[in-house]
Design a binder for this molecule. Structure first.
Ligand code: UN1
Length: 517
């Protein structure tokens, strides 16, 4: 264990999470993930090896899908509120283990400890939501056009649901899917990111323990590990009716095509290119807080991160100066140390993409306002710490049109009417999150109207990131169109059945058709 890890109690967290022996190069616990080669999990915080996890082979995968299918056969017959009770118990464990799990998320992924805790809180929130939902999986009843007939719809579980999640929210995004899928009666197979395998194992251990304590088959919650080839086992598998995938647009297109080719369902949560419009009526202090947290929180690695600020001419210089001053206050360093605001990027590939974005924006004519760069020296040995940067740019630049998963914020200028800003905001291929800063009711409502933001999330006077679990989460266009988490997102994890019941002695046909024998 490295010095940082020991000082910040990572070994204690690993023990609390049942991962005490990962330092020996093996993973532990009860799960189904496999016997393949080991992948190493190195922390971007200090570059140290935290542990190794074995990957899923084709043969392992067959065992997993068999276990999940058997688990589903038992789970689906359990009344939904009783499934909710299991999720409640799982949630009790999350509450008990919030600190060690939050710490491991922070150390393995690199987000600040506060954000690590926030991520576990998001798991707790969705589980609470799912428990209530377990008594509300409602269908509608309809009036039949035929006398003595009753019509209604009911929701049944889908089967084995595949979940592919990304490194940036290594535990919360799984829980959005799995907590809902579980109360809906589905079994889940989860492929977490190969960059954060230990947090996946930690979660799987918690779930496996709760299912075992209740005498339920472990296959209701399965974990598989490895790179995209392991994910492909699920996307091509017609025993998996739904694949929920979070990640890049490139990955989403591959998943969507593979799943569609077998007429399966996919739920896609892909890249964003989120903007905040800053109008002349904006509260500048709140704008700066929202924009800075949106751009540098999680080191710019949220799908909801703020990438573009679209600022009106009248307040452009004021906002620009306030932002530059705020960036000077940012403390970058070990994310477990709570005095730091910004931790490292996930790995050196991410650093390379960040550096490429900074070069490219200048090459296309942009002007760097807050200098970026990789930080070196004591405490920064992992080579993954970078300076959050700001560049003045134009919306049509190729690099501005792309999502770079890093703390690079582009300032764009608009003049005249709000519609000009809305056109810029919508003028990208992605459509996840958006926001407007304004005290004008007219502008706020215009932004939210049918002619306003084209995104799945549109906020007024808050930033683009940090959505609550109660709303449906997801976006339009190349973001993939899926909705997870709150509202009625649960419906995607179930199949709807329309039932028509005739309680008469006649057999009248619909549409008044006569068919006499
Ligand atoms: C993600 O980045 O994939 O709204 C999810 C947010 C978080 C979830 C982000 N609640 O920023």
């Amino acid at each position: 264990m490295s010095l940082i890890a020991t000082d910040f109690g990572i070994d204690k967290s690993l023990r609390a999470l049942g991962l005490a022996d990962v330092n020996n190069g093996t993973s532990t616990g009860k799960h189904f993930f496999g016997s393949g080669e080991l992948i190493a999990s190195c922390s971007p915080v200090d570059g140290a090896l935290i542990g190794k996890v074995s990957t899923t082979t084709r043969e392992d995968y067959e065992k997993v899908i068999t276990a999940a299918t058997e688990g589903f056969a038992v789970w689906r017959t359990m009344p939904a509120p009783q499934r909710g009770e299991i999720v409640r118990q799982f949630n009790d464990e999350l509450r008990r283990l919030k600190e060690p799990l939050g710490k491991l998320v922070s150390y393995e992924m690199g987000k600040s400890y506060q954000e690590g805790l926030g991520e576990v809180q998001e798991m707790i929130d969705i589980c609470d939501f799912a428990v209530g939902l377990s008594r509300q999986l409602h269908g509608l009843t309809m009036h039949s056009e035929r006398p003595g007939h009753r019509m209604y719809e009911q929701y049944h579980p889908l089967g084995v649901v595949g979940i592919i999640s990304a490194f940036n929210f290594p535990v919360a995004v799984w829980s959005w899917n799995t907590a809902l899928a579980w109360v809906c009666g589905d079994a889940c197979i989860w492929k977490g990111s190969e960059k954060t395998p230990l947090t996946s194992v930690a979660c799987q251990n918690i779930a496996a323990r709760v299912f075992a304590e209740n005498g339920l088959p472990e296959g209701i919650s399965c974990l598989i590990t490895g790179d995209y080839t392991v994910g492909e086992m699920m996307t091509h598998d017609d025993r998996i009716p739904l694949v929920s995938a979070t990640g890049s647009i490139r990955m989403g297109k591959i998943v969507a095509q593979a799943v569609a080719a077998r007429l399966g369902k996919s739920l896609l949560e892909l890249g964003g290119n989120n903007a905040i419009i800053v109008t002349p009526d904006a509260d500048i202090k709140n704008t700066v807080i929202g924009a800075v947290f949106g751009a540098v929180g999680t080191c710019g690695q949220r799908c909801t991160s703020t990438r573009r600020l679209i600022i009106h001419d009248e307040v452009y210089d004021k906002v620009k100066d306030a932002l530059v001053a705020a960036y000077k206050q940012l403390r970058i360093g070990n994310p477990l140390d709570e005095k730091n605001h910004v931790g490292p990027l996930i790995d050196k590939d991410a650093v390379a993409r960040y550096l490429h974005a900074l070069d490219k924006v200048e090459e296309e004519g942009g002007k760097i306002l807050v200098e970026g760069g990789v930080i070196s020296g004591e405490g920064y040995e992992s080579g993954c710490y970078v300076k959050p940067a700001i560049a003045e740019a134009e919306n049509h630049y190729e690099i501005v049109q792309e999502e770079t998963f890093a703390p690079v914020l582009y300032l764009l200028r608009y003049s005249g009417d709000l519609d000009n800003a809305i056109n810029l905001q919508n003028g990208v291929k992605q459509g996840l999150s958006s926001a407007i800063m304004t005290n004008s009711l007219r502008e706020a409502e215009r932004f939210l109207s049918v002619a306003g933001s084209d995104c799945g999330i549109a906020n007024v006077n808050i930033g683009t990131s940090g959505a609550e679990i109660g709303g449906a989460f997801g976006g339009e266009k190349e973001t993939g169109g899926g909705r997870e988490s709150g509202s009625d997102a649960w419906k995607v994890y179930m199949r709807r059945q329309t039932n028509t019941i005739n309680y008469t002695t006649e057999l009248p046909l619909a549409q008044g058709i006569k068919f006499d024998l």
